[in-house]
Design a protein around this ligand. Sequence first.
Ligand code: DGJ
Length: 712
Amino acid sequence: MTHPPVSFDPATGLGLLRTTHSLYALRVGQDGSPRHVYWGAPLTGSEVAALPEAQPPTGSSFDADAAPDELGIQTGARFGPAGLQVRFSDGVRGAQWRFDGHGVEDDGTLRIHLADRVYPLAAALCYRVRGDTDVIERWTEVTHTGTDAADDHQGGPGRGPLAVERCDSASWTLPHRADYRLSHLVGGWSSEFQLRRDRLPVAETVLTSRRGVTSHQANPWLALDDGTADEERGEVWSTALYWSGSWRITLSRDPVGRTTWSGGFGHEGVSWTLEPGQRLCTPVFAGLYSPSGFGAASRSWHRHIRSHVLPRPDEDRPVLYNSWEATAFDVSESGQRELATIAADLGAELFVLDDGWFGARRNDRAGLGDWTPSPDVFPRGLRPLADEVRRLGMRFGLWVEPEMVNADSDLYREHPEWVVHAPTRQATELRNQLMLNLGRPDAAEWVLRTLDGLVREYGVDYLKWDANRVVTEAGWSGHRDPDRLWIDHTRAVYAIMDRLRGDHPGLRVEACAGGGGRADLGVLARTDEIWTSDNTDPVDRLGIQHGFSQLFPAQAMSAWVTDSPNAITGRATPLRFRFHVAMAGALGLGGDLTALTDREKAETAALVAEYKEIRGLVQHGDQYRLTGEGGVRGVHYAARDGSEHVVIACCPMSRFGRPPVPLVLPGLRADARYEEPAGEMVHDGALLTTRGLDLGLPGGDYASRVIRLRRL
Ligand code: DGJ
């Protein structure tokens, strides 16, 4: 018997969400509060019928916390982190629910409607199952249901403005396990996406950004397991927040074996005032159960992102050339033309002019905000360069940092009131810049008009949208609800991106924030790739890319080959090794092409051509992360129908002078045979999935190889 993906039975209060590999169950209890019942492998009908009642707190005064809430509130015997924190206009805190019905929509959305028993507050807990993925999308909508703020004493208490001190998108709960392990991503500038696997302490653990952007330091993706899962085996529960501003996820593991986590936008202390009739909708906080390890969890996220997040998942990402590392601020029209000519010869398909092309931007101290080509650099404007790039057969891309301004700029001199500031505080400058408050409609409108003008005037095909500072001294002078800045700014960035894309259907956008400082599913829903890190050292990149791939697919991972020694780390590495590492994502060239020898140019052109042959597999295939003995790292990309495969193996450092051992390929079929088209070798799937593939790598540092396999 087939079951609908979402269902709710008002008689029992049981809500069920079904995906191919998972079942999620919640129950609205007698007290009107929705509580978590189950999340894991699919259950039979009789197992579902036996799911426990979700009892409200009873019993001992000290251990009263009963079944976990779907979104914690501040009333009753609840003492964990509350996902919904409200204060009514009479000073009373916390909701007390009565169940107010449910709705099931055609797109697979279930809404549980809740109303406060006394106050003019309603909430909808929303769940969506898409049918073709195991991801469950959840969000919350909170409404002030009063009609007249002046009515405070007439229609009951708390009719005035409602302070929403926290409104998480969802709380998630794991089944009881003997232990719990947290996988998460940490880092900093030039060291983003470092994967950590830490035992979850019996305590509250907070993952957060208080910076107004997603952050280099932490990412709103996490995975939990019982400590025994690996790439291919074990149950893994993971979640990801679709938000690019400040955020907070609080995990709570109690001493008797329950782990829940609640997450959403805004960090602690950021509040939002709802006037009567107003509603606050949170971003999505999605969850995924995978029965088959971290690798399968990542592949499920990648598929979901391709089907439901990325705007243009089926397009091949072009091989781009970006001039930043070649020229920094030393930009000239002739220099850019020279780079463009070489880039086109080497096989680049998109030429991106980075920072330094506009206003007085000859260094990072001036000009940011003045988005007209600098007459010193481009006396004839950008049009001749853009035309030349197109004549060379490439698309034309342009770097912008539209949320930011140097104090030394015409824009700031004209609109000092547009920056984020608390007037009584000294404004901290980071990279000599201030941040515009795009929550202000006038500033946001100006940004939209400016970008739209650039795209129209120069036929820009690709915007690299950068953001090189975070929020400090947050303030919105004169606004009644200044904390709105934290959410409204991010919403405005989204709205501008959406509008630009809508008005210019050919436009593609790269998300960048000083490298990977704004990488999340909120920004990915309106961009095509993410600049993963300013660190392009291939050895460091192996770790960065490993972390990035936990959530994001390879097609969204912008990866450049740059010069050696590396500008940040000083490490010298062979060109081929740099290429092989970058070929695991959306390949770009980012070095000084004028310094290449003829031999290096020939090697570069050949490697770009090889990438184009495997690009379809890398960008659209299923990804298997491989780790072998002896420090070798591999990534295997498999066509969805299993017919074509490519393995990229990189060994940065040899151990004891020995060549790396074979790499086991669990993504192949044991009952099939595979040939290497280049070497005409035929392999037995049974051997490749157990003993592994001989890499044929020599001993020595920076050994790497791309191996293609075709199923016979
Ligand atoms: C930071 C980016 O990550 C770099 O790639 C480059 O665009 C610079 N900003 C330009 O200022």
